[in-house]
Design a protein. Structure first.
Length: 472
């Protein structure tokens, strides 16, 4: 066993040998290559910084050749240069991306000018630079501030509402139609995308289809029923009024009903009397007016007009009408009695309408010889003559054979058909001088006149009308 001091000395010698050996074995590594980086933290210790995408040092190898030193100078004492990113590598840089360097950057393409107007290679940046040929793309390829200059272009119209039709007041010339422009100027409402030629017209106070007419919808004019109206007043047509679709009334109530199977006066009743068909009894109708004249002429039953308002003079003594049903007169010239509607007319055109001429006629005039050798108190013509008078003319109705043809009281009970037969086959015929439009006269009869002519100059007559004298 070795003594203690010997062991200590042996240990110290061994430790010293190891230290010498360690110093002799360690060597500082040589810097041979650049190390890529994106920021200083990736370059570690030893004075390395990240410059132009590599790790380098400002004072030692590897030296940062392009880095601007503190104080704004370069390694050789010169001033740095300004470079501009040129990502699309068209030789023109991006003015907004300057790089201050002592040497051209190697990690990014650059140019020594900032004249590019589009440096983005993903959107065709290589087509944009000063002096570049213009493309028909709606952009300023040559960076001169003018779009598509020098190219043949067409006229387009701004289409702000995107309905495919342009604003005629806002034009532009382009070599091809750009987005938001139209090749027509047909929009009549450039700020309303629902209004354009061919659009559906609706009731909204607008000209939706640009045809120059407002609210001319397909439904305008179609038949409809007016609410809460009767008869012809319920007939309507669809219309657009103040932007609302309404059923507009097309008929106003007529003052009178006519015989047409319609409720003309809109009171809920069709073809009502007395407008249609006349009053059943003249004497019972408050709108009926009676009267009579003694005419100063012997007409022999032939007239060319109605007689109430004729220019013939009134003879004396005058005829009278009492109690609306007894007509009296005297003298051998013609006499006329009338019954008329005060302020209106009757429509007597409905088939099977008849005039009930119910009257007892008597005279004490002298007697003359009639055509068959007998004696009578009346002139030698077919009497009584009935005249239908109206604004459209008159009809002269004559019995096929005389009724007043004896010296006795004649009880006349005649149902005169209206219109009477015109071929001579009935008891009453339409006489000469009548208006040719028979139905036109019958539709507006204002007055019915009865014409008689006694025989004797001094004799008198009376006509007593029965209560059924009227138009059933």
């Amino acid at each position: 066993m070795l003594p203690i001091d010997r062991l200590v000395r042996s240990a110290l010698v061994t430790l010293g040998a190891c230290v010498v050996l360690a110093v002799a074995c360690y060597e500082v590594p040589e810097v041979r290559d650049y190390y890529t980086c994106k920021e200083d933290a990736e370059c570690g210790d030893g004075g390395f910084v990240c410059d132009d995408g590599v790790c380098c040092r400002e004072q030692e190898d590897p030296i940062c050749l392009g880095r601007v030193r503190d104080g704004g100078t370069c390694l050789d004492g010169g001033r740095p240069l300004t470079f501009y990113e040129d990502l699309d590598e068209d030789g023109f840089g991006n003015l907004t991306r300057p790089l201050y360097r002592c040497a051209p950057p190697l990690s990014v393409p650059t140019a020594t000018n900032g004249e590019d107007c589009n440096d983005n290679p993903t959107v065709g940046g290589r087509l944009f630079f000063p002096g570049a040929p213009e493309q028909c793309d709606g952009f300023d390829n040559s960076c001169e501030g003018v779009i598509d200059e020098g190219l043949d272009g067409g006229l387009y119209y701004l289409d702000e509402d995107n309905d495919g039709f342009g604003d005629p007041a806002r034009t532009g010339t382009f070599c091809q139609r750009p987005i938001g422009w139209a090749d027509n100027r047909n929009d009549c409402s450039p700020n309303n995308g629902a209004v354009y030629p061919g659009a559906l017209e609706v009731c909204n106070t607008l000209d939706d289809d640009c045809n120059g007419a407002t609210d001319d919808t397909a439904q305008v004019g179609l038949a409809c029923t007016v609410p809460n109206k009767l008869g012809v007043c319920a007939q309507g047509a669809r219309a657009c009024v103040s932007g609302k679709d309404v059923c507009s009334q097309v008929n106003n109530p007529a003052p009178l009903d006519t015989c047409n199977s319609k409720d003309d006066d809109c009171d809920g009743t069709t073809d009502e009397k007395p407008d249609c068909g006349g009053p059943i009894r003249f004497a019972a109708d408050p709108s009926v007016v009676f009267g009579a004249r003694h005419l100063g002429s012997a007409l022999q039953g032939v007239t060319g007009e109605c007689l109430k308002d004729s220019s013939l003079p009134n003879a004396s003594p005058a005829d009278t009408v009492t109690n609306n049903d007894v007509w009296t007169g005297s003298g051998s010239t013609s006499h006329v009695f009338w019954v008329e509607r005060d302020g209106g007319t009757w429509d007597l055109s409905r088939p099977l309408t008849t005039l009930k001429l119910f009257v007892d006629v008597a005279s004490d005039a002298g007697t003359g010889t009639n055509t068959d050798g007998g004696l009578n108190r009346w002139s030698q013509h077919r009497q009584p003559v009935v005249l239908l008078c109206g604004p459209g003319g008159f009809l002269r109705l004559v019995p096929a054979s005389p009724i007043l043809d004896s010296a006795t009281t004649e009880q006349i009970r005649k149902n005169i058909p209206l219109p009477p037969l015109t071929d001579g086959g009935g008891e009453w015929i339409v006489g000469s001088n009548s208006s040719p439009d028979v139905q036109g006269v019958l539709r507006q009869v204002k007055r019915i006149e009865l014409l008689v002519q006694p025989y004797g100059a001094s004799g008198s007559f009376s006509a007593d009308f029965h209560a059924d004298f009227g138009l059933p």
